[in-house]
Design a protein around this ligand. Structure first.
Ligand code: AP5
Length: 219
C-alpha cells in the first residue's frame, strides 16, 4: 500500500494512533507535526523556544514557522511508500502551502481522511491518554493500556500525561480546531479529496475503513 495522505480531525480523535498502525503494517512513514514540535521544545532549539508558548496555551504555532518546517521535512525526504501527514494542514494558509509543496514534490495528494467523533468521545480519549516521554508511544488507560501499569511497553520508561492534555488547555485546543481547522473539511470536500472516517470505532475498524477506501476508491 502506498499513499500521500492527510489525517485531519480534532485533537485526541486518534489520528496519531492510526497513523502509527499504517507505519507498522505497511511501512508508510508518518510526518507527525506535534511530535516534531515537541522534540524541538525538549531540545530547546530556536524553533522550540518560539513554539513552546503557543503549544502550552493550546494555540496554533504561527503558519509561517510550520509551513517552512514541514516544507523542509517533505522536500528533503525520500518517500517510496508515500507518507501520512498527521497534524498538517490545520489552517487554510497551511493547506495552500501544502498544495505548493506537493507541486514541488511532483506528487498528487491521495486523499484527506477526516476523523469524525463527538466531543464526549474525544474528551474521554484525551483524559485517558498516557504518553512515553522517551519514545513517544501513546497509550490509553482503558482502551489501550500498557502491559505494566504506568510503564512503556517499548522502552520501560514511566508514562506521563501530555502537558497540553489538562482540561483547560483541551477546551482551548477544541475551540482553535473549530475556528481554524474545521473549515478545511469544506475546502477538501470541494476538491473531491475528502474521505469521512467514523473514528468512534475501535482501532482495527478505523484502520480497515481507510484500507478499503485506499484499495477501492483512490487511484
Ligand atoms: P498534536 O500533537 O498534533 O495534537 P492534536 O492534533 O491535538 O492531536 P493529538 O495528538 O492530541 O490527538 P490524536 O488525534 O493524534 O489522538 P491519539 O492517536 O493520540 O499538536 C499539539 C500542538 O502542537 C497543537 O496544539 C499546536 O500548538 C501545535 N501544532 C501541531 N501541529 C500544528 C500545525 N499544523 N500548525 C500549528 N500548530 C501546530 O489518540 C488519543 C487517545 O485515544 C490515545 O490515548 C489513544 O490510545 C486513544 N485512541 C485512539 N484511537 C482510538 C480508537 N479508535 N478507539 C479507542 N481509543 C483510541
Amino acid at each position: 500500500m502506498k499513499m500521500y495522505a492527510v489525517f485531519l480531525g480534532p485533537p485526541g480523535v486518534g489520528k496519531g494512533t492510526i497513523a502509527g498502525r499504517f507505519k507498522e503494517k505497511y511501512d508508510i512513514p508518518t510526518i507527525v507535526v506535534g511530535d516534531i514540535l515537541r522534540k524541538h521544545v525538549a531540545e530547546q532549539t530556536e524553533l522550540g523556544l518560539k513554539a513552546k508558548q503557543y503549544m502550552e496555551a493550546g494555540d496554533l504555532v504561527p503558519d509561517e514557522i510550520i509551513n517552512n518546517m514541514v516544507r523542509d521535512v517533505i522536500l528533503s525526504g525520500e518517500w517510496e511508500n508515500g507518507f501520512i501527514l498527521d497534524g498538517f494542514p490545520r489552517s487554510l494558509p497551511q493547506a495552500e502551502a501544502l498544495e505548493d509543496i506537493m507541486k514541488e514534490l511532483n506528487k498528487p495528494l491521495t486523499g484527506v481522511f477526516f476523523f469524525e467523533a463527538p466531543e464526549d468521545v474525544i474528551i474521554e480519549r484525551i483524559s485517558g491518554r498516557l504518553i512515553c516521554p522517551k519514545c513517544g508511544a501513546v497509550y490509553h488507560i482503558k482502551n489501550l493500556p500498557p502491559k505494566k501499569p504506568g510503564i512503556c511497553d517499548k522502552c520501560g520508561t514511566k508514562l506521563i500525561q501530555r502537558p497540553d492534555d489538562k482540561p483547560e488547555t483541551v477546551k482551548r485546543r477544541l475551540a482553535v480546531y473549530r475556528e481554524a481547522t474545521a473549515p478545511l473539511v469544506d475546502y477538501y470536500e470541494k476538491k473531491g479529496l475528502l474521505y469521512r472516517i467514523d473514528a468512534t470505532q475501535g482501532i482495527d475498524q478505523v484502520v480497515s475503513q481507510i484500507e478499503s477506501i485506499v484499495n477501492s476508491r483512490v487511484k
